[in-house]
Design a protein around this ligand. Structure first.
Ligand code: ADP
Length: 433
């Protein structure tokens, strides 16, 4: 069977067989995490549950959730379920503080990562032999390397362009003639706008498919990208805690009906934001995942904080469940140019600068297609808020620790506007999607 054929076999598995597979994989996963991860052993013991008490997916709701804070408390490697010498790669994404959330991959995990990204690319319209223009950032984030591995596995040629440098991106699109591009939806909008500005006819490019993710987007953005680049654009979703991109993917012929979750690897639930109770299919709540095949960093009922619904689509090609577009977050995480940002990360930097008071807020805007963050922060009494050197110091400290450029506005005491009741609202997100 061809590789695509074998993907099809799993993706069209009848639901009862899929459930049996999930039950069997879950049982193995529970045994492993109980044996190798002290955090989970304690969690089970405190709940008075043995792994064997969970008879299958249907019993998952009896178990507690895992939160990002649990990963932070076990930083960096205490949630790993294998010895260090079996770790083949380590990725990280933003945590709520200066310390990132760390995930490990064994060779087997990297195979799964490649497989789910390859399956996602197939669903997006890609085929072996095509070229992928990979404009996700390479580095600690999972986007760049994740897409790279999956495309290689599928038999595509990867052009590892990484993010930014729009001139170079356009040159490569024109000269190397890739059929597929992957990047954030807002960057695809930037590329479309630049083509228009420079008089490049998008039809003269060879790009047919765009695989867009890492930040929320809408049907209106899809329309702009499809018209502006003459592509078929689909959604790819993922988070590093679960594996990276390729947790779910929209089919290019079923656009707008949701993204297939590769539930033979990642079992999804949607639960009530307040009570944590599982919700019926179709209702919106917090998306929760259990990784049932991962070796190094398995997670039980991981609370993603992403808001969406899940449902089986009777008209779908595949038997796997679908998720709606992400409607928002249940926490304070912002996504700035595809990079996660918690305001508490900025707060930590501010606290360490002795000329600043703790009174600050972040104003987030989207200028054309580019997200901008302005940090408004009050200086301590006696400090000159017009001192350029001080703003630059804060700006470079933020860039150095968080990796994002931000506009700095230093202000005198009392000048950062308070909302009703005198409280400082830390984040004003003025972006309209
Ligand atoms: P990466 O390392 O790929 O940047 P992260 O783990 O840092 O991934 O970020 C994952 C988060 O990004 C998700 O929890 C979600 O909030 C957001 N995200 C990723 N893909 C999408 C998407 N297609 N639509 C909406 N939000 C997305």
């Amino acid at each position: 069977m061809s590789q695509e054929g074998s993907y099809w076999a799993i993706e069209s598995l009848p639901l009862e067989q899929l459930r049996a597979l999930q039950d069997q994989r879950l049982a193995q996963m529970l045994d492993r995490i109980y044996e190798y991860i002290p955090f989970y052993r304690k969690m089970f013991d405190e709940a008075g549950i043995q792994p064997g008490d969970i008879k299958g997916i249907r019993d998952l709701h009896k178990l507690p959730f895992t939160h990002k804070s649990d990963l932070r408390d076990n930083y960096p490697f205490k949630m790993f379920a294998v010895p260090q010498d079996q770790i083949a790669r380590i990725h990280a994404s933003s945590g709520t503080t200066g310390k990132p959330t760390v995930v490990g991959y064994t060779k087997g995990d990297l195979d799964i990562f490649d497989e789910v990204v390859a399956r996602s690319l197939v669903a997006a319209g890609a085929k072996p032999g095509m070229k992928l223009h990979n404009a996700y950032g390479y580095g600690l984030f999972t986007g760049g390397l994740g897409m790279h591995g999956g495309a290689t596995k599928l038999g595509m040629a990867v052009i590892p362009v990484s993010g930014g440098m729009t001139d170079r991106q356009l040159m490569i699109l024109q000269d190397f003639r890739p059929e597929v591009i992957c990047c954030t939806p807002s960057y695809a909008q930037t590329l479309a706008a630049e083509c228009h500005r420079r008089g490049i006819n998008p039809a003269s490019l060879n790009v047919k498919y765009a695989v867009l993710g890492a930040e929320p987007w809408t049907e209106a953005i899809r329309q702009q990208v499809e018209d502006g680049l003459k592509v078929t654009a689909t959604n790819i979703y993922g988070l590093s805690e679960i594996i990276g991109p390729g947790v779910s993917q929209e089919d290019f012929e079923e656009r707008g009906t949701g993204s297939y979750i590769w539930e033979d690897h990642f079992y999804p639930e949607v639960v009530d934001k307040e009570t944590g109770k599982p919700l019926p299919y179709g209702e919106e709540g917090v998306l929760v995942f259990t990784t049932i095949t991962k070796e190094a960093s398995p997670l039980l009922r991981y609370w993603t904080n992403d808001i969406c619904s899940i449902y089986y689509d009777p008209n779908a090609k595949r038997t796997h469940i679908k998720m709606s577009a992400i409607k928002g977050r249940a926490d304070d995480m912002l996504i700035i140019r595809g990079v996660n940002l918690f305001y508490t990360q900025v707060e930590e930097v501010i606290e360490k600068m002795d000329f600043l008071s703790p009174n600050y807020r972040l104003i987030v805007t989207r200028e054309n297609t580019l997200d901008e963050v302005e940090v408004q922060v009050e200086v301590k009494p006696g400090v000159d808020p017009y001192n350029e050197a001080l703003s630059q110091q804060l700006q470079s400290r933020i860039r150095g620790t968080i990796g994002l450029g931000m506009k700095i506005s230093l202000m005198q005491a009392g000048m950062v506007p308070r909302s009703e009741g005198g409280k400082l609202k830390r984040v004003i997100d003025q972006r309209k999607l």
